[in-house]
Structures are given as C-alpha cells and as structure tokens.
Design a binder for this molecule. Sequence first.
Ligand code: GDP
Length: 200
Amino acid sequence: ADEIQKLRDRKRAKEHEIKDSTLPEIAIVGRSNVGKSTMLNTLTESPNTARVSSKPGLTRQLNFYRCGDKFVVVDMPGYGFAFAKEEDKTAWKELIEDYLGTRKSLKRIYVMIDARHGLKVADKEFLTMMGATSSKKFQVVLTKCDLVSPPDLARTYMVVQEELKKSFKNAMTDRILMVSSYTGAGMNTLRKDMLFACGQ
Ligand code: GDP
C-alpha cells in the first residue's frame, strides 16, 4: 500500500510540476565534460536571459533558461561513461519518457559531441535509449572545434554523419553544427538554428 501511495504521489507531483510551458523549448544533452555548461554560458550570456527557477521533482534535474521572449533552453544532466550504473540508466529512461519523448513545447533536442572524439560508446548508448522510447528528432553539435584542425574536423563530421545515418533514424543528418565556445565560432549559427527550430 505504501508503494502504491508513493506512486500516486509521484504521478500527481509530475502532473503538477511539468506543466507545458507557453514558450518553445530546446533541450541540450551530452556526455559530461563535452563543454555543455561553457556553451550554455556563452549562449545565454545576453542580458535578456533569465534562469527560470528550478522546480521540484523530475525537473529538479533540469535547468530552464529563458532566452528573451523567444524560447527556453533546457539544460539536461550530463551522462556518464557507458551508463555503468543501473540507476543512471533508469533515471535517464524516465527523463526520456517523461520529458524528451513527450514534451509538446519541446521543439528540438541538441546532442553535444566532442569534436576530438566523435560518437563514443556512452553517446551511442544514450542515442539508442532515446531512439527506443522517443521519435523526436535530434541534431548533433560538435563542440570544442578549436581543438581540432580543419581536416580532422571535416573527417569527424563525415564519420559522425555516416554513423548517425546508419544507426539512428531520428537524427537530422543533413545539418550537423560545429561550435567553439572559446573562439565563438559557430555560435551565431547555433542561435539562428535554435530560433528556426522554434519557428521564429
Ligand atoms: P560539461 O561537463 O559538458 O558542462 O563541460 P564544461 O562546459 O564544464 O567543459 C569541460 C571542459 O572543457 C572545461 O575544462 C572547459 O573549459 C573545456 N571547454 C569547454 N568548451 C570548450 C571549447 O569550446 N574549447 C575548448 N578548447 N575547451 C572547452
């Protein structure tokens, strides 16, 4: 009976917490250390950006940043090495089922990939997990592009594109973005892309 009550409480909390927002949302995911926070800082440094207060429960793991009156960027937790812990896997499955896969105001999912490494095992595991539960499209952003030479970057781009085409049907393979938070390269394109994804 306790367990049932807990489940009921959880369901109620969820319905209460995750009200669909009126602004379009953009979710950002990636392996820990991929450069997600740095990119978010660069992206949201304009005075028009406000961090929307964290909410309890599921969304405690998510940070919402309002970019002017246009859209909200949602910072998802970083995922770890090859989902070693079963509880991490379960938590991510819930985030995919309850947020990434079903959120109506979510217009696009951006998956950050380190330009030096391309898709790693953890990325493939995450994308497989997401593809199994959700039919939402996602787009890849190669990060830290200042650390690789142009020929290496071009090679990684093609390898990643091929892997996405082969294994991940929800990937938008014709538009892989490349950014560097350090030099600012690609950041304007990313911003424009987000606006476009939000129908602006
Ligand atoms: P997160 O765990 O994905 O949030 O990663 P962080 O944003 O904390 O970045 C991880 C490390 O990569 C830090 O040491 C950053 O300074 C570095 N980093 C982040 N973005 C860039 C970038 O565009 N270029 C370079 N060279 N380093 C970066």
